[in-house]
Design a protein around this ligand. Structure first.
Ligand SMILES: Nc1ncnc2c1ncn2[C@@H]1O[C@H](COP(=O)(O)OP(=O)(O)OP(=O)(O)O)[C@@H](O)[C@H]1O
Ligand SMILES: [Mg+2]
Length: 1036
């Protein structure tokens, strides 16, 4: 193999993969697949140790994350760190739980496939911490709204509650999860968390009644006693000292320095309402916790005849359980049996009574725990069904357990691990094989241990250990744990993974007791002591105790103990079978999802930071099957990368690919590796990826790149200068040509638009008489628009201007409305402008018009002349007359000729009008007063003379009778008089003559004739004759 740059020391383990990793990140290999000696456990552990020393707790095996428990807080979980890992490719950055979380999340989003993260490891290795970090990462980084934020809150808050009830201090972990947990987080189509669901597995109920030395019961008991208010404890009849409770003293470890029960209690009490607990539910829950403690303190005595009785007070216990005291007492000391259809009650002996009490405590606590999980699930449930939602499942389940004394629980736990290992191998191999298939690379068979044989040994129907255990529990006759062991020996004795004291060879026999059987698990050998297997598998609670519990008035307990359970004669499934079935379901769930793995390792048993216990770590590496894992992953090739990523990184190493490769990616990669001198057996090209068989090949390439960097830097700087100059010139040219182009484009666009317009216009004109439609709409709109625009400019300016533009036919009606509106508008404006004086004049003119228009010949002449306020100056009216009139002010005065009614003698007089009457004045004397109330009407001729007759009512004796007057301003006079006297409708225009009353019963007549002279004479038959000369100016 040859490189274009000198190789660096080949033996040195290159620490680099890709991306901008800091020197600190480059300790050991970040991915075990790059270990040269991948079969060496020592090399594996050395790599773990080197990284652990630098606080680099995460390392990959391909896509599997190996996590070491640092036993100290590291500054690697901040929000900045989360941001650092968001959307970044797995290999571009140092390994982290966030990288795995992000990668899983993005795979779910892009591939629309449900994912799951399987976290495994020994007790205390950091599984629960890892799962919390993953949840926190999603809660912080996923898109969210108010509702989702509340959900995220509930997801996070459910943790302390579950931990309080399901975790306990053990020798190996101060906060050990004593149940398996699988949690689904549901995401909607936008990738926001919208729901969650928890499945719980096999709570270690035996801890409720017994703890090994140095261990504790579940945290919640200590939290309640330490953190509960005095009142609360009084109500529950509890004392603060845990030493007073038998269920809390077995391990002799009431307090743990690393745990603050008081603070944790506060956290739990705060969390309960958040996840939807009502105050009443919290109280019921506390009653149950307290009842378990009281149950533990319930003591029995033995009577002389061997009968058992309760020696302690149980009223509080009954109250807290919500059941009848005497029924409880009876049920704790007796057993109900059904034999041949008959019910029998038999007393329990001392041991049996204690066992019944403990069974009740375990059942109450275990079932309450399941209820709690259900309750949390209700609070996390998807509220609205979200289309296109996907799921990420998190499995935090017990790792392989090998204790000094391994019992039924360890058997179940290790069986669970066998199943998960089986799934792990199956899925890892499957995904490897699939990748090879898609890339078109021949699959090379991988040697690995298939643990199916162990799974079958445990779970096979009728022949497996679980079936044998069930049979032994159900079999009539004398059965005990030892008979179970014998049955095992009979049935599976020859199995290569099974051995007992009896079947073992001398060497093994020495390390096994007679009550043990040994399983050769994939991870190693474990001896199980059969003591308690039958009881634990039976998990029996006496029927009469169940009956009492069904009647509890505590809603949580009545929910947990169903009446149907008592009525149903069918025996419930045994504990191991239940567990087996739930594991089957779990593997189904996991199989339907794309898995990722976190393998947790604890560095020491002392829970101390910085201590790397090699033996312990080796043990875990073995039990976790990590070497197997690495072998499968390294089956063919150590390293694989997409063509573009590989080319992008290493292209500077080959003149043909540097600075850019313009051909097919595969050809580029081939050119590059040929130039680097890769031998055929060192690599393979797939469809989209290059596979490199040995890490060494990759390290050499990395070294070459490192050596080439200064040269690349120089080249890049020169290129940058050149590019900058080019960019400048380019910008100038681009701007110039862009500007010209833009102008030309605009011109062409405008021309196109104009031609379009003209076409539409002509077409519209042709169809202008048609219905309004697409053919003529433009034209008709245009005509309307033009009319309105023209009208706006040519609106009449005065009320007298009657001009109006001719509208198009379609606007006839609108035009009329507009004209009317405009006129009204002008009139209104005109009226606002009119002065009071002018208004008076106008009103008089309007009245004159109503009376005289088209009635009297002299009217048209009067129109253009203003009516005066008075035709007499003030000094022309006698002061004496004014004084006589007193308060009645003269409103109008005019000179008139009064004709006598008999002789028609003309007499010059003044006619003065006041508001209520008129007077005829001869110089200083009032000759006649005419009250307006007495004025019947005013008569005039239709000609242009100035005669008018005021007809006075005859009934009024005070009046002197009709008045014949001639006035040069007759129209003005009559208008004012008619208005003042309110007689405008009593003005009569007569064409030929006017009658008047001379004296009582005697009538006179005025005849009007057209004549040459204006002379009023007495005519024939005593008529007054008024000739009217047409050519003369008429009197108005
Ligand atoms: N990433 C971490 N950073 C700091 N401390 C950690 C980390 N992981 C684990 N620990 C410490 O180790 C302790 C045990 O971890 P954890 O409870 O997660 O173990 P586990 O694997 O869930 O054990 P078990 O099976 O008993 O439940 C934690 O309480 C914490 O003190
Ligand atoms: Mg845990």
């Amino acid at each position: 193999m040859s490189f274009c740059a000198p190789c660096l020391s080949a033996g040195r383990v290159r620490l680099v993969m890709e991306g901008a990793l800091t020197a600190r990140d480059r300790v050991g290999v970040q991915d075990f697949v790059l270990l040269e000696n991948y079969n060496s456990e020592a090399a594996f552990i050395e790599n773990l140790r080197r990284r652990f020393r630098e606080n680099l707790i995460y390392t990959y095996i391909g896509s599997v994350l190996v996590s070491m428990n640092p036993y100290k807080e590291l500054e690697i979980y901040s929000k900045q760190q989360m941001d650092r890992y968001r959307g970044v490719s797995f290999y571009e950055i140092s390994p982290h739980i966030y990288a795995l979380s992000d990668n899983t999340y993005r795979a779910m989003r892009t591939e629309r496939k449900d994912q799951c993260i399987l976290i495994s490891g020994e007790s205390g290795a950091g599984k629960t911490e890892a799962s919390k970090k993953i949840l926190l990462y999603y809660a912080v980084t996923c898109p969210t709204n108010d509702h989702m934020a509340a959900l995220g809150d509930r997801l996070l808050q459910s943790n302390p509650v579950l931990e309080a009830f399901g975790n306990a201090k053990t020798l190996r972990n101060d906060n050990s999860s004593r149940f398996g947990k699988y949690m689904d987080v549901q995401f909607d189509f936008r990738g926001a968390p919208v729901g969650g669901h928890i499945l719980n597995y096999l709570l270690e109920k035996s801890r409720v009644v017994h703890q090994n030395h140095g261990e504790r019961n579940f945290h919640i008991f200590y939290q309640l006693l330490d953190g509960g208010e005095d009142d609360q404890l009084n109500t529950l009849n509890l004392e603060r000292n845990p030493q007073n409770y038998r269920y809390l003293v077995k391990g002799n470890c009431p307090r743990v320095s690393s745990i603050s029960d008081k603070n944790n209690w506060k956290v739990v009490m705060k969390a309960l309402p958040v996840i939807g607990f009502t105050e009443e539910e919290v109280q019921k829950l506390l009653n149950i916790i307290a009842s378990v403690l009281h149950l533990g303190n319930t003591q029995f005595g033995e009577g002389e005849e061997g009968e058992t009785y309760i020696t302690t007070e149980i009223s509080n216990l009954a109250r807290l359980l919500g059941v009848d005291g005497s029924a409880l007492r009876e049920a704790l000391t007796h057993k109900k049996l059904t034999a041949k259809g008959e019910e029998m009650i038999t007393p329990l002996n001392f041991e049996q009574a204690e066992a019944a009490r403990d069974a009740l405590a375990k059942a109450v606590y275990g079932r309450t725990f399941t209820w709690l999980v259900e309750k949390i699930n209700q609070s996390l449930a998807l509220k609205v069904h979200s289309k296109g939602s996907s799921v990420i499942g998190l499995l935090d389940i017990y790792g392989f357990e090998v204790l000094q004394h391994n019992s039924f629980e360890q058997f179940c736990i290790n069986y669970c691990n066998e199943k998960l290992q089986q799934l792990f191998i199956e899925l890892t191999l499957r995904s490897e094989q699939e990748e090879y298939e898609t890339e078109g690379i021949a699959w090379e068979t991988v040697q690995y241990f298939d643990n199916k044989i162990i799974c079958d040994l445990i779970e096979e129907k009728h022949k497996g250990i679980i079936s044998i255990l069930d049979e032994e529990c159900l079999r009539p006759g004398e059965t005990c744990d030892v008979s179970f062991l014998e049955k095992l020996e009979d049935t599976v004795g020859g199995h290569p993974h099974f051995v007992t004291h009896k079947l073992a060879n001398g060497k093994t026999r020495r390390v096994m007791s007679r009550e043990e059987f040994r399983l050769l698990h994939y991870a190693g050998e474990v001896n199980y002591n059969v003591n308690g297997f039958l009881d634990k598998n039976n998990d029996l609670l006496n029927r009469n105790l169940k009956e009492v519990m069904c009647q509890s008035d505590n809603q949580i307990l009545s929910h947990c103990f169903r009446r149907e359970e008592v009525i149903d004669q069918k025996r419930p499934e045994m504990a191991a079978t239940q567990f087996k079935n739930s594991l089957m379901k779990l593997t189904e769930i996991l199989r339907s999802k794309e898995p990722s793995y976190v393998r947790c390792i604890k560095p020491n048993d002392a829970k101390q930071p910085g201590r790397f216990d090699e033996v312990l770590v080796r043990h875990q590496v073995k039990y976790l099957g990590l070497m197997e894992n690495l072998r499968v992953r390294r089956a063919g090739f150590a390293y694989r990368r997409r063509f573009e990523a590989f080319l992008q990184r290493y292209k500077p190493l080959c003149p043909e690919t540097w600075p850019n490769w313009h051909g097919r990616l595969a050809d580029g990669v081939l050119t590059l590796v040929k130039h680097l001198g890769y031998k055929d057996e060192e690599y393979k090209l797939g469809r989209s990826k290059i596979f490199i068989r040995f890490p060494k090949t990759l390290f050499n390439t990395e070294d070459a790149l490192e050596a080439k960097k200064p040269e690349i830097g120089k080249h890049i700087r020169a290129v940058l200068v050149f590019i900058r100059a080019c960019v400048y010139i380019y910008i100038v040219i681009v701007i110039q040509s862009g500007w010209r182009g833009m102008k030309a484009r605009r011109r062409a666009k405008r021309r196109r638009q104009a031609a379009d317009l003209i076409r539409r216009f002509i077409k519209g004109f042709i169809y202008r008489h048609g219905e309004y439609g697409p053919e003529n709409d433009y034209f008709l709109d245009h005509v309307r628009y033009s009319f309105l625009k023209n009208l706006r400019k040519n609106l009449p300016k005065s009320v007298l201007d009657k001009s109006w533009p001719t509208p198009p036919p379609s606007l006839d009606e609108a035009s009329e409305h507009l004209q009317r509106l405009h006129m009204r508008n002008m009139v209104t404006k005109y009226c606002w402008r009119v002065q009071p004086e002018w208004k008076k004049q106008m009103m008089q003119k309007v009245v004159a018009s109503e009376i005289f228009k088209d009635q009297k010949d002299s009217y048209p002449q009067s129109v253009g002349k203003l009516f005066l306020d008075s035709r007499l100056e003030r000094e022309q009216i006698s002061l004496k007359v004014v004084q006589t009139l007193g308060n009645d002010k003269v409103q109008y005065g005019v000179s008139v000729i009064k004709y006598d009614k008999r002789g028609f003698k003309p007499r010059p007089r003044q006619l003065l009008l006041t508001n209520t009457f008129a007077v005829l004045v001869d110089k200083t004397k009032i000759k006649q007063r005419i009250d307006y109330t007495a004025l019947r009407d005013i008569a005039l001729s239709s000609l242009s003379d100035g005669m008018c007759v005021l007809h006075i009512t005859r009934e009024d004796n005070k009046q002197k009778g009709d008045l014949l007057l001639h006035c040069s301003h007759s129209i003005e006079l009559v208008t004012k008089l008619a208005m003042m006297a309110n007689k405008t409708s009593n003005v009569n225009i007569n064409p030929g003559s006017i009658q008047f009353t001379v004296a009582r019963g005697k009538e006179g007549i005025i005849d009007f004739v057209r004549g040459a002279e204006l002379k009023v004479t007495k005519g024939r038959r005593g008529h007054l004759l008024v000739p009217v000369k047409e050519s003369l100016l008429p009197a108005w």
